[in-house]
Design a protein around this ligand. Structure first.
Ligand code: SAM
Ligand code: SF4
Ligand code: SF4
Length: 345
């Protein structure tokens, strides 16, 4: 029987943050240079992660995405991937990375059993990369994307957060680049989530505007219908240009998809968030560390999920003109789990 929340949404998709640390400082995700990191002793070990994942799988999860912070900073990550890839209950194992360490690790990730990769790429200009991410690493990211292809990753996704006046003049260059490296570009609407303390409505380039700008340049755009259950619950809507180029748009800000949301997030210290906008998480580390069995954890997860009512992005949309940044720097220092980089995007 499928476990459903109050709105009938199944629990299927777990985003698993393996570290809150990051080697970039994207201003839309991490507002300041100095952070309160999660205490080291609180970070779940691989064995602990594996037990929690078993409990989630027993409760219905069959898709797991590793994220962070920057997941490739987690030491021995291929070892965890091999362990998760061997679990029959996980039908789809993926990873989201900023790509900085991908050239070094692509082969090992592939050999460990990873099949799906998303690389975040907001610009193709080195100087702009520095102003967005506050580190000079574009060349590493681009060679990482090449290395992923050489290692055998196919259908790689490239995620671009589009921000007006920051990188929205690159949408065509990014589409060309993605086509050249045989990856699928996905434009992500800029979201007013935890770390985005500088978010304003006018910086959001909406799905509607993106489609209109792309159509003006490339001609008619065909929407690709979502046919199976996976596509229906996926955040990205997919489109094709007349030359066959396929791209996606994740319209989380202007056209939220909370009604079909089967996702939840586990931080690297074992706090479980039922929504990207949730202010409080459910502590799974403590019961795990006091010795709860996988079955007890499963029962705990099921109790929480069946009472889930979250529709964060829809509530944000309903604020209309009053919508601004969700949190300030002070809030984020008080609780680092409110940050996007801690809960994994
Ligand atoms: N460090 C990895 C990376 O950047 O791919 C994984 C973690 S990161 C938090 C996951 C995703 O969240 C990235 O694609 C990033 O662009 C996205 N993200 C962070 N802040 C965002 C915001 N304010 N609006 C939209 N997407 C955001
Ligand atoms: Fe950028 Fe990802 Fe790091 Fe956030 S977690 S600062 S999006 S690289
Ligand atoms: Fe799901 Fe919350 Fe995002 Fe809505 S805002 S799609 S409920 S995570």
């Amino acid at each position: 029987m499928v476990l459903a929340d109050v709105h009938g949404r199944p629990l299927r998709n777990l985003r698993l943050s393996v570290t809150d640390k990051c080697n970039l400082r994207c201003a839309y995700c991490m507002p300041e240079e100095n952070y309160v990191w999660l205490p080291k002793g609180d970070i779940l070990s691989f064995d602990e992660i594996a037990q929690i994942v078993d409990a989630f799988v027993a409760a219905g999860v069959d898709k797991v995405r590793l994220t962070g912070g920057e997941p490739l900073l987690r030491r021995d990550l291929p070892y965890l991937i091999a362990h998760l890839a061997a679990k029959p209950g996980i039908r789809d194992l993926a990873l989201t990375t900023n790509g900085v360490l991908l050239a070094e690790l692509a082969k090992a990730l592939r050999a460990a059993g990873l099949r799906r990769l998303t690389v975040s790429l907001d610009t193709l200009r080195a100087d702009r990369f520095v102003s967005i991410a506050r580190r000079n690493d574009l060349h590493h990211v681009l060679s990482g994307i090449d290395a992923a292809q050489a290692a055998g990753f196919q259908n790689t996704k490239l995620d671009t957060v589009v921000m007006r006046g920051v990188n929205d003049d690159e949408i065509f260059d990014l589409l060309d680049y993605a086509r050249d490296v045989r990856a699928e570009l996905r434009f992500i609407e800029y979201m007013d989530v935890g770390g985005a303390t500088r978010w304003t409505r006018d910086k959001v380039v909406s799905r509607a505007e993106l489609l209109q700008r792309i159509a003006t340049r490339h001609g008619p755009i065909t929407a690709i219908p979502a046919l199976d259950a996976d596509a229906k619950s996926a955040p990205a809507e997919r489109f094709a240009l007349s030359d066959g180029t396929v791209f996606g748009i994740v319209a989380s800000t202007t056209a939220p998809f909370c009604g079909a949301c089967d996702r939840s997030r586990l931080t690297a210290d074992g706090s479980w968030y039922l929504c990207l906008y949730a202010k409080l998480g459910i502590d799974l580390k403590t019961p795990l560390r006091v010795g709860e069995s996988t079955d007890q954890l499963r029962a705990r997860i099921e109790r929480v999920w069946t009472a889930r009512t979250d529709r964060g992005a829809e509530q944000r949309l309903a604020l209309h003109d009053e919508r601004g940044a969700l949190l300030g720097d002070e809030d984020l220092r008080r609780d680092p789990r409110l940050e996007m980089h801690t809960r994994g995007g």
